[in-house]
Every structure is written in structure tokens, then in C-alpha cells.
Design a protein. Structure first.
Length: 374
């Protein structure tokens, strides 16, 4: 009898030890999972930052970000919807496009409206395979659980991110705090690309030269430039343009701008990005080319352009006497250019390089007409 009691006590003791051990193991596993989730989140954040630098088109960036979320967090379905001022647009989703119509109308679903108002996530699920989520219309078997995250920029609601699973209660044990951090990172990226989207929509072509405006450099132009690790950025100024406008006419000044830009455009590679920066200033991005090579090339360009005699008139239409009469009217302009170049490294601030070049030209001696490197 005593032996049985001792055996029971020993068994109880062993069970207690095992329970404590299991609790310890479970705690360690939880700690490991939390650390692993934090590491994953840091990696995701780094991937987000890389995406901002590597993908120039705003829509491409958002799609890439969604792909990162699906891969890193092993999410079955992920959809980012943004309000563009008039409509809700599915910016990124791995759900079949035939379901997008319902996915971009979730703000109308009563169960999510309180989530939008309070700016808090909403988790919904079903209990068995025969049920469907409230917002699903024609997609009976696709998703059985979902978490809805409203997206806000400076307390202004701009859309939502929704993740879905085909398994009931699949998100019951998900750390929503980690997903909230991910959501905040999505918002940060959207906020970062808002300004770029604005630039992309205001890109225009110059009336006289047919060149793109400065804004082109920060969108499609940057995509070309960033195919290379190092490039050379050049800015030049027609330093006597104001004098030509005053001495002769603005029409002749416009002709000078047109002829100078035409000559350069015809003599540079299609891989280079050439834009009218502002007024008498132009910018050229020599993609993947070192500064020394650029300086030598520009020296030849400069010499040839400064030999041009530009008139409002096409001499081929006149005889010799008429040409002499035009020359007596002093309606011939010879452009004078000042060049400055600087290196640009992929992923750095292109706008800062251009600002530095512009400041140099604006503060240069009016008589300076060289090719300088800064």
C-alpha cells in the first residue's frame, strides 16, 4: 500500500515536472516566434525601402510591396485598395480579377464601417465550410477568414489592406500587433509615393523643344538612369539667352533654344535622358558614363554649338543680296553655353544633385563659359 502511494506521488511529481517543462518549452517557442516575427518584419521593412528605390513607377511599387507581404508572411490572399479621390482602385492583389469588384467595395460593408471610423483592424471568420464571409457575393469557397486594416495618412482615410485565408479561424493566433506594424509600413510607402505620383501626372513636354520637363527625371527618367550604378548628370545654361531676347526679340531667343536643343538631341544616345530643366537651363543624364568621358564629349558639343549662327530666317529661301540685308539687321544670334557636371550614384537623391548643379550655374560669373565638374 505504501509502495503504491509512493508510486502515485512519484507519478504526480513527474507529471508536474513535465507540465512545468512543457510550459517552459512553450514559452521559449513563443519567444522564438516573436523574435522571428520581429526579424521578418525588419526584413520586410528593408524590402519595402529597397522597393521604393528600385521601382520607379508608383503602381509597380505597390504591386511589389504586396508580393513581398504574400511571400514573407505566407499570406494566402492580400489586397491593397486605395481611394484616388473619386473611386476605390485595387492597386495590388493576388486574387483573381473577377473578384475585384467586390473587393473594392468593402467600405460599403456594414461590418467594416466601424473599423474605418475607429481606424482599427477587423477580424472576421466562419465556423464551418458551409458558411461564407459577409462581404462575399459570388466567391463562396475562396476565403473563410479575413483581417481588414483601414489605411490612414495623417488621420485621413485613404483605403484599406485586407488579408484572407481559405481556412476558418486561420488568423485566430496571429499577432495583430506585428500586422499593425506592417500596415503602418504600407501607409509609409503609400505616403512616400504620393509625391512621386504627383510628379508623374504633371510631366509635360516643352512647347519649343519637344523635350520633357524636369519632372520626367524623377519618374520614367530615373528608371532609365538607375539601370546603372554610376552616371554623370550634366546641366547647362544658354548664358546669353536673356541678352538675345532683349537685343533682338523673344522670337529669336525661342529659335536659339529650339536649335540648341535640337542639335544636342541629335548628337546624344537614346540611352541618355535630356530634359528642359527651366528657362535657359537644360539637364542631361549620361546613364552609366564616367565624368571624364562626358567632359570630353561636351567640349566638342559646346564648340560646335557656339559656332552656330541662328536667325529667324532660313537663308536657303533668300538670294545673296537678301541675306546681306538680313545680316545688316543684326538678326543673327550666336549662343554661348556654360556646362557643369557631377556624378550620380544609384539610389541617392537625384534632386539634390540637380539642385547643386543649378545653384552653381545661377551663381557663376556671367562671363564664365567652361565645362566644370563639381
Amino acid at each position: 500500500m505504501i509502495g503504491l502511494a509512493i508510486a502515485i506521488i512519484v507519478l504526480v511529481f513527474v507529471v508536474v515536472i513535465l507540465v512545468i517543462y512543457n510550459m517552459s518549452i512553450h514559452k521559449k517557442i513563443q519567444t522564438f516566434n516573436n523574435i522571428n516575427q520581429k526579424i521578418t518584419s525588419l526584413n520586410v521593412l528593408q524590402d519595402f525601402m529597397n522597393t521604393i528605390g528600385e521601382y520607379s513607377n508608383v503602381d509597380d511599387k505597390i504591386k511589389k510591396i504586396n508580393d513581398i507581404l504574400i511571400e514573407k508572411y505566407e499570406i494566402k490572399y492580400s489586397t491593397i485598395v486605395v481611394y484616388d479621390g473619386t473611386d476605390y482602385i485595387v492597386k495590388a492583389s493576388n486574387v483573381d480579377s473577377k473578384h475585384w469588384e467586390s473587393l473594392k467595395r468593402l467600405q460599403e460593408v456594414p461590418i467594416f464601417q466601424d473599423s474605418i471610423t475607429t481606424a482599427t483592424p477587423k477580424y472576421i471568420t466562419v465556423n464551418n465550410e458551409d458558411e461564407r464571409l459577409e462581404y462575399q457575393k459570388t466567391e463562396f469557397g475562396r476565403a473563410k477568414s479575413a483581417i481588414f486594416f483601414p489605411l490612414n495618412i495623417d488621420n485621413v482615410y485613404i483605403g484599406y489592406w485586407i488579408i484572407e485565408s481559405g481556412v476558418p479561424h486561420d488568423f485566430d493566433n496571429v499577432d495583430t500587433a506585428i500586422l499593425d506594424v506592417v500596415k503602418d509600413n504600407i501607409v509609409s510607402v503609400l505616403k512616400s509615393v504620393v509625391h512621386q505620383k504627383t510628379l508623374e501626372t504633371i510631366v509635360r513636354k516643352d512647347l519649343f523643344t519637344g523635350l520633357y520637363s524636369e519632372e520626367y527625371l524623377y519618374g520614367e527618367g530615373r528608371k532609365i538612369i538607375d539601370n546603372y550604378t554610376t552616371s554623370t548628370i550634366c546641366m547647362f545654361k544658354i548664358i546669353n539667352l536673356e541678352e538675345i531676347n532683349q537685343k533682338y526679340s523673344r522670337e529669336l531667343g525661342n529659335r536659339v533654344v529650339t536649335e540648341v536643343s535640337k542639335y544636342i538631341n541629335e548628337n546624344i544616345s537614346e540611352n541618355y535622358v535630356f530634359v528642359r530643366y527651366m528657362g535657359p537651363k537644360f539637364a542631361i543624364a549620361f546613364s552609366g558614363v564616367e565624368g571624364d568621358s562626358v567632359a570630353s564629349f561636351l567640349n566638342d558639343i559646346k564648340e560646335n554649338i557656339e559656332e552656330l549662327e541662328i536667325s529667324l530666317y532660313d537663308y536657303e529661301e533668300y538670294d545673296e543680296d537678301e541675306e546681306k540685308e538680313i545680316e545688316k539687321m543684326n538678326q543673327i544670334a550666336i549662343p554661348k553655353l556654360n556646362f557643369v557636371i557631377s556624378s550620380y550614384y544609384k539610389g541617392t537623391a537625384l534632386e539634390e544633385v540637380l539642385k547643386k548643379l543649378e545653384e552653381y550655374l545661377d551663381n557663376a560669373n556671367p562671363n564664365e563659359s567652361d565645362i566644370n565638374s563639381i
